[in-house]
Design a protein around this ligand. Structure first.
Ligand SMILES: [Zn+2]
Length: 357
């Protein structure tokens, strides 16, 4: 038997007004788990929204700083009495709470405080070791019951999260369509692939204005479109498609750059490096019109378009390509990807960048 579940969502500056009506069906006792900055941003608004409802918050807990097994085990006794969990944060705090909810059989609700990843919409949990290195994917078919997207809190957050989140979101469309190209997708995969078109075009269209509005802490239709693209469109695609379609060459290239001390030392964000990976991926895939469109967009908002933007040099590429192909990202791909292909793609991008002035 195959079961598919969908999260509901509420979006707007008053999104938390829905908490009582939506969550009361699942019990009364709530444990809130979040990141430090996320809780500082959302805690009071959540507590206030819960005040005149049947719900009772039995505790507010810091997730521990890493989405690790250790933190999940530490939190387990603290949520013992709770009927449901509220996950508050960006990526890792949400995933910590999500895996805990899955493993303890509790419903969970998410409260994204930044728009940087689709973690608050997905059923997949990503678990890390305490040192921050990847431990495992925690697979589940159970997404959050509902996502409360308070656009004012997201508009008040640092705009770099939205900026990098746009890169990661656009990758979802290109990776999903390229990775699945040689297959005949079954219904669920096909739905995800079709939906993925909402992860690229709207970002290119609204992205620049959305970023300006986020800098001004102003909720506008453009900012709301981009927030929904990053959290909802991308999350739904992820929930619909098989794992090999959620990743591809842009993420392989991201993984490659994680070995470079220069890229790490300058704290380049995940989605930022991924956005550069899309440009190389499109170069290798010979999609020159799409590449030009994305290149112009990336340049317009300061996303990286050449090696120097990532504090990387051509002589680093050996290490980058070896690491890039060590994961599962291009395991399902319409053609075999070689290290030489990636080097050539990156060098061709360097030339293209030069030619664009
Ligand atoms: Zn990503």
């Amino acid at each position: 038997m195959d079961k598919t579940l969908f999260p509901g969502y509420t979006v707007g500056p008053d999104a938390y007004d829905d908490i009582g009506a939506v969550c009361s069906a699942y019990g009364t006792k709530v444990a809130v788990i979040g990141g430090r900055r996320a809780l500082a941003a959302a805690r009071d608004a959540i507590l206030k929204a819960v005040e005149h409802t049947p719900l009772e918050v039995i505790g507010v807990f810091w997730y521990g700083g890493e989405a690790s097994r250790e933190n999940m085990e530490r939190l387990r006794p603290q949520v013992e009495q709770a009927d449901m969990l509220f996950a508050v944060g960006g990526g890792k705090a949400i995933d910590t709470c999500k895996v805990l909810a899955h493993e303890t059989g509790r419903p969970f609700f998410t409260f994204p405080t930044i728009a940087s990843t689709c973690a608050s919409c997905t059923s997949l949990g990503i678990v890390y070791h305490p040192d921050g290195s990847l431990r495992e994917y925690s697979f589940s078919k159970i997404p959050p019951n509902h996502i409360f997207i308070n656009t004012q809190i997201i508009a008040d957050a640092p705009d770099i999260y939205l900026w990098a989140g746009m890169g990661d979101t656009m990758a979802k469309h290109y990776e999903c369509t390229i990775s699945s190209r040689n297959d005949t997708p079954a219904h669920s995969d096909a739905m995800g692939i079709a939906l993925s078109s909402l992860c690229a075009e709207p970002i290119v269209h609204w992205g620049r204005q959305a970023l300006e509005d986020c800098r001004a802490h102003k909720i506008t239709p453009e900012l709301t479109e981009v927030i929904l693209g990053i959290i909802i469109s991308t999350g739904f695609v992820s929930n619909f498609v098989q794992v090999d379609y959620t990743t591809g060459l842009a993420h392989a290239i991201y993984n490659g750059f994680t070995v470079l001390p220069g890229t790490e030392a300058h704290h380049h964000l995940h989605g930022e490096v991924v956005s550069y990976g899309i440009l190389v991926m499109l170069t290798i895939d010979r999609q020159s019109a799409e590449r030009e469109k994305l290149y112009r967009f990336s340049r317009s908002i300061g996303l990286p378009t050449c090696l120097a933007d990532l504090h990387a040099r051509p002589e680093d590429l050996g290490a980058v390509t070896a690491k890039a192909l060590s994961g599962i990202d291009v395991r399902v791909y319409p053609y075999p990807v070689t290290e030489q292909m990636i080097v050539d793609g990156i060098m061709e991008m360097e030339q293209y960048h030069q030619s664009m002035g």
